[in-house]
Design a protein around this ligand. Structure first.
Ligand SMILES: Nc1nc2c(ncn2[C@@H]2O[C@H](COP(=O)(O)OP(=O)(O)OP(=O)(O)O)[C@@H](O)[C@H]2O)c(=O)[nH]1
Ligand SMILES: [Mg+2]
Length: 325
């Protein structure tokens, strides 16, 4: 084999490679489970905001009250063109990310009704973009305790069941999202993560709303991983507030404000390089590379999240993009 061919074979496109691996495992009656990342947290803790920042595009419904009401399986696929495609309207390419948000809202209402109901059936969305590497992210409804409007009396347990379906999967990295203006020991997200991942091997704490803490208080001890330490630690982020969302503050400006926040805050300045959305992307990337040394990684220049080239979708199944949803 010549040098060129050897290089070509080392650089073999990941999707065919994994497809072959999968075929081989299928013939042995086994399945290949690959990592995905799910967000877990209380209602309005900032889960969708965190995911959206990781993807680097504005397209998820965010806001006050219960916003995410079904699981959203988000398959990021590195490609030259940029568009979204839903499994419920295959073939229709959404190039306008505002339209994607509206379609998520419309499909959520179709699945759950408009009175704040929830549903375990997922919305599946593929985002093709030159700015992402391939990975599945799962946005989940927030944990809540008291039913409102059409929500069933056991809403707390129904949401918990939905979350468990995803995070029980050993290959699911868990982003346990906790707002800084609530008490960490009361966090249901940390509790649930600990139930399924007692050693904390796949749990990352994400502290949101650092900008909303009472004056004179800070989350330094948490971010330094000294209070309720997690094996993989905590990352602080500052997402866009409701006013920013309403005023359509763009993502780049939001990332710059986040960086300025950490650099200028006396309690966090020393942590500035270990905080914020870019750092969260970096540690997820590192973890996913450790988990999947077998898989080659596409070139990463300018990509917002470097991860895998194949994805698993529903718990327990392997999904290969473009194969079937
Ligand atoms: N100031 C500030 N507001 C934030 C932050 N993160 C989220 N928010 C606001 O909190 C609200 C909820 O954000 P979402 O991202 O929709 O939260 P969620 O956890 O996905 O909510 P549900 O899907 O309803 O459970 C929105 O108004 C956001 O603007 C943050 O870091 N700082
Ligand atoms: Mg949400």
């Amino acid at each position: 084999m010549g040098n060129q061919e050897r290089t070509a074979s080392r650089m073999e496109a990941p999707i065919p490679l994994v497809r072959r691996l999968q075929d081989a495992l299928d013939s042995l009656g086994q399945s290949l489970q690959l990592p995905q990342v799910a967000v877990v947290g209380g209602q309005s803790s900032g889960k969708s905001s965190v995911l959206e920042n990781l993807v680097g595009r504005d397209f998820l419904p965010r806001g006050s009250g219960i916003v995410t009401r079904t699981p959203l399986i988000l398959q990021l696929l590195h490609s030259t063109a940029e568009y979204g495609e839903f499994s419920h309207c295959k073939g229709k390419k959404f190039t306008d990310f505002n339209q994607i948000r509206m379609e998520i809202e419309a499909e959520t209402c179709r699945l759950t009704g408009s009175n704040k109901g929830i549903c375990s059936a997922p919305i599946v969305l593929q985002i093709h973009s030159p700015h992402v590497l391939n990975l599945t992210l799962v946005d989940l409804p927030g944990m809540t305790k008291v039913p409102v409007e059409d929500q069933p009396a056991d809403i707390e347990y129904q949401i918990r069941d939905i979350i468990m379906q995803y995070i029980c999967n050993e290959n699911c990295l868990i982003l346990a999202v906790v707002p800084a203006n609530t008490d960490l020991p009361n966090s249901d997200a940390l509790k649930l993560a600990k139930d399924v991942d007692p050693q904390g091997l796949r749990t990352f704490g994400v502290i949101t709303k650092l900008d909303l803490m009472d004056e004179g208080t800070d989350a330094k001890e948490i971010l330094e991983n000294r209070f309720l330490p997690l094996r993989r630690g905590y990352v602080g982020v500052v997402n866009r507030c409701q006013k920013d969302i309403d005023g359509k503050k763009d993502l780049q400006a939001a990332l710059e404000s986040e960086r300025t926040f950490f650099l200028s805050h006396p309690a966090y300045r020393h942590l500035a390089d270990r905080a914020g959305t870019p750092y969260l992307q970096q540690i997820l990337h590192q973890r996913l590379q450790v988990l999947t040394p077998l898989l080659p990684f596409p070139p990463s220049a300018g990509l917002s999240l470097s991860t895998l080239s194949v994805v698993s979708s529903l718990p327990g199944t392997l999904h290969i993009p473009g194969w079937k949803i």
